[in-house]
Design a protein around this ligand. Sequence first.
Ligand code: G3I
Length: 338
Amino acid sequence: MVAALGLGRGGSSSAAEQVFRRGPVVLGTAFRIRAAETDPTYRGQLLAHGYGSLTPEYEMQMDGLEPQRGIFNFVQADRAVEFARAHGMTVRGHTLVWGKQLPSWLTRPSARWTRATLLPVLQQWIRTVVAHYAGLVGEWDVVNEPLNDDGSLKRNLWERLIGPDYIRIAFETAHATDPAAVLYINDYSTEWLDAKSNALYALARKLLGEGVPLGGIGFQVHSNTRTPVITRQLEANMKRFGALRLRTDVTEMDVDMRTLTAAPQAKLRAQARIYADAAQACASSPTCWTFTTWGFTDKYTWLGPAAQPLPFTARYAAKPAWQAITARLGHHARANHV
Ligand code: G3I
């Protein structure tokens, strides 16, 4: 029973206590350190809106960090972490175990991995990265996107060669390396009550029942104007995962507007509504600590500028979406970070 409540995560008591938010939701964004260093307007705007949490958008992926087996290149990720901390912002580590962005030495067929040979690779990767950022990165997306839409486990490299317990092993390895870090499963299309979120819920309960140090669920919420967020379903999901004593954060939100044929103002209003609904769900959930958008300006988005998915335009004008988010979260832009 203790484990099922998440108390058996084995983490420090502070980790177990840090489930229910005691203050306002922290507003966050993914960011690109290369843009922050080369685009002064991007840097200034990134620091002007009171963000309290930053997620390196891609600088911590395995292909960039361990380009050759056992050879780690932390240069760019270090600059990203230093930038965030220098401006008083916390860092979400993204991501340790994913089926994408894997280095070629890992994916080339000639590697002929087995469980016995791949497990030490996974453990050394996690130990090295989490140790490098211990005390600097307080939250990790330990396992990213493990589930298919039907709720089955994705047959990524780790699952195929190590088996389903790659997830348990990843969390236990990360926790052993930094017991203070809050450890998340992060996935998309989990904001509704359906096969995928049900499977994620069953996985979370199973892991907690085994005493695995799972600390939170990241709801990516890559939304769009065709399949909008349903507030009560996201709230219900956050409530049931929260009842397992897990944090329930929004980690990668954006709202692709290409799926709506309407006048520009109508599209902006529709986008704002969707952001408002997700922000409302987070604000009303005591286990939703951070609300992170996947970037903040349409100038830098993985979806391409035509999607216009973010709260600020490519020229950094605030959209109705920004007002919708900040109103629901009770967020007031702090003074610029010095
Ligand atoms: O900016 C560099 C450019 O200077 C360089 O010349 C070029 C070629 O190496 O790379 C460019 O960086 C690319 C970066 O996107 C910015 O465009 C990286 O190669 C590319 O890997 C990176 O893709 C990222 C992708 O994840 C894979 O890591 C996207 O930015 C990022 O938005 C996307 O984010 C994912 C989350 O990790 C997981 N959830 C879904 C989300 C969207 O796919």
